[in-house]
Design a protein around this ligand. Structure first.
Ligand code: CAA
Length: 263
């Protein structure tokens, strides 16, 4: 369960319905080694199936969200072993299977795989200390966990090209202005608290509605406008079959607070 202890993660429930996962590998600035990613997978799967958890916050330390894939582990990899075991595939798998909202709260370095992991959040928050970047080019490689795709979708081609081709960092304020993050907080603590607060708010809604809302927004990244709008409308229609749509609109009409059934 989510109470399990991990070597590289700290897991807690700071508010009802909210799971907080903190990456904790300080000696390597939270570099994302294979064992760490395996733990993150296990942990997120546990939170996913925990009915008392409705939203998840993923953060690192004040110094580093994550300084990337583990370079020391990766350096001697060959093409055939990387291709053979589809190195890094399990990273995005772990996030894309998640049906519950995930907020990433970024303080300090979010470089390479760290930036890619941050961008896998449904909502990305950061503090002024955050430093984003895809510095792989300096190592003789390229982003491998979705960076070239997600960064381009988040900030546009020209800015993403500049970041990926130069390896230059993107500072917090810039990340805010470009929409890489939804909000920039003053301090790391405020960033994590802000993420928990947002998660708590989301956890207060009908979980069936939250799931549908996340699903339709994600579809916009995959579908053209016409298909996307139609998909949204079908899911919207489907929600008239839920109890919580009746509860929500009924409560509005009766000027009462909705008590969700999650059905
Ligand atoms: N992998 C393995 N170890 C790492 C690491 C990484 N990505 N990042 C930092 N560390 C280790 C350092 O080797 C160091 O360990 P030792 O004390 O044993 O030497 C420790 O963490 C502390 O790091 P520094 O001494 O370098 O700390 P700093 O404050 O001087 O610098 C930093 C911080 C600028 C983030 C620097 O550590 C750095 O440049 N890290 C690498 C960033 C990077 O290139 N990330 C991309 C990785 S490739 C990738 O992620 C591929 C992909 O797309 C999936």
């Amino acid at each position: 369960s989510s109470e399990k202890t991990y070597q590289h993660l700290l897991v807690s429930t700071p508010k009802p319905g909210v799971g907080l996962v903190q990456i904790n590998r300080p000696k390597a600035l939270n570099a994302l080694s294979t064992p760490l990613i395996a733990e993150l997978n296990t942990c997120l799967r546990a939170l996913q199936s925990e009915t008392s958890i409705s939203a998840i916050v993923l953060t690192g330390s004040e110094k580093a969200f994550a300084a990337g894939a583990d370079i020391k582990e990766m350096k001697d990899l060959t093409f055939s072993s990387a291709y053979g075991r589809d190195f890094i595939e399990s990273w995005s798998d772990l996030i894309t299977f998640l049906k519950k909202p995930l907020i990433t709260a970024v303080n300090g370095y979010a470089l390479g795989g760290g930036c890619e992991l941050a961008m896998m959040g449904d909502i990305v928050y950061c503090s002024k200390t955050a430093v984003f970047g895809q510095p792989e080019i300096k190592l003789g490689t390229i982003p491998g966990a979705g960076g070239s795709q997600r960064l381009t979708k988040a900030i546009g081609k020209s800015r993403a090209m500049e970041a990926i081709l130069t390896g230059d960092n993107i500072k917090a304020q810039q990340a805010g202005e470009w929409g890489l993050v939804a909000r920039v907080f003053e301090t790391p603590q405020e960033c994590v608290d802000g993420a928990i607060k947002t998660a708590e708010k989301i956890a207060g809604y009908s979980q069936i509605t939250v799931k549908a809302a996340k699903e339709v927004v994600n579809k916009s990244l995959e579908l053209g406008l016409r298909d996307g709008v139609e998909y949204e409308r079908r899911v919207f229609h489907g929600l008239f079959g839920s109890k919580d749509q009746k509860i929500g609109m009924g409560a509005f009409t009766e000027k009462k607070k909705a008590e969700w059934s999650n059905e």
